[in-house]
Structures are given as structure tokens and as C-alpha cells.
Design a protein. Structure first.
Length: 152
């Protein structure tokens, strides 16, 4: 092989390696479009209805606090029902609340003081949440909570 062909073959090989590396990097950086159905059951005092909803917040960090910003929000007007999320990352963390007094919009800030809350896998605000994997249409998590833990 001539020197020119060796140099050309080496250049092609380096180009292919760089292209393969770029494709792998783009695939790794691409967000996973996960789905998750969150089923809630509130066992505390009060009735879940249009005025007293259950709120669901999805986070991309296990460290959920009053200052955390959710990546998705949903609400339910009936107990023992589910909300379907889409476009989520591979793993998420969930906090929920029951609006026992009515009138809370779920998005203007954290729940009011005294609101019944739960953090999936945690023992209250400031306790790390447990990750929930997302997936296809069958990805589901069930959360049951009551009045035990309240917003400080």
C-alpha cells in the first residue's frame, strides 16, 4: 500500500470513530419519553371531589422541598383514580397532597400549611423520595396516603 492510501485509510477510520462517538453522545443526551400512570388513594378525613382535589407533582430530583420546581403536575377529582403523565425522564420522584380546605390551585406555590401530603418513599418534607421508573403504557405506581404527614 502506498503511503497516500495508508494516510487516507487512517483518516477514514478516525472519521468513522468520531461519527460513531457523536451518535452515541446524542443518543445518551436524548431525553427518554417515559410514561407513568400515578394512582392515588386518600384515606384521611374528607372527600376527594372537584373542590377538594388530590395534587400530584413529578420531580427530577429526590430532594423535594417547598422550593422545588416540578417537571409535571396533575390533579384528580376522584379518589382511587389515576393520572397519566407522558414525556418524563427515565426516573422520577413524586409528591402528592390533598386539598382538604379547597381553593388551592396546585401551581402557584407549595401546598398551604397543614395540608396532608406524601412524598413517595419519604417520611415527609426534607426526606429523600424513592425513584419511580417510567416506561411505556404499562408503567404505573400506586400511592396511598392520609392525614399523618402535613405541610409544615
Amino acid at each position: 500500500m502506498t503511503r497516500r492510501r495508508v494516510v487516507m485509510a487512517a483518516a477514514v477510520a478516525v472519521g468513522l470513530m468520531l461519527t460513531a462517538g457523536l451518535v452515541r453522545a446524542q443518543q445518551a443526551a436524548a431525553p427518554v419519553e417515559g410514561k407513568l400512570k400515578v394512582q392515588l388513594e386518600y384515606k384521611g378525613k374528607g372527600t376527594v371531589d372537584a373542590s377538594h382535589q388530590m395534587w400530584i407533582w413529578v420531580f427530577d430530583t429526590p430532594n423535594i422541598s417547598a422550593e422545588s420546581n416540578p417537571i409535571a403536575t396533575g390533579f384528580l377529582k376522584e379518589n382511587k383514580t389515576a393520572y397519566k403523565f407522558a414525556g418524563l425522564p427515565k426516573d422520577v420522584y413524586i409528591a402528592v397532597a390533598y386539598d382538604e380546605k379547597g381553593g388551592y390551585d396546585g401551581m402557584s406555590g407549595p401546598p398551604p400549611q397543614g395540608t396532608p401530603i406524601a412524598i413517595r418513599g419519604g417520611t415527609g418534607l426534607g426526606s429523600p423520595a424513592t425513584s419511580v421508573p417510567t416506561g411505556g403504557d404499562d408503567a404505573k405506581v400506586e400511592i396511598t396516603f392520609d392525614d399523618t404527614i402535613r405541610m409544615p
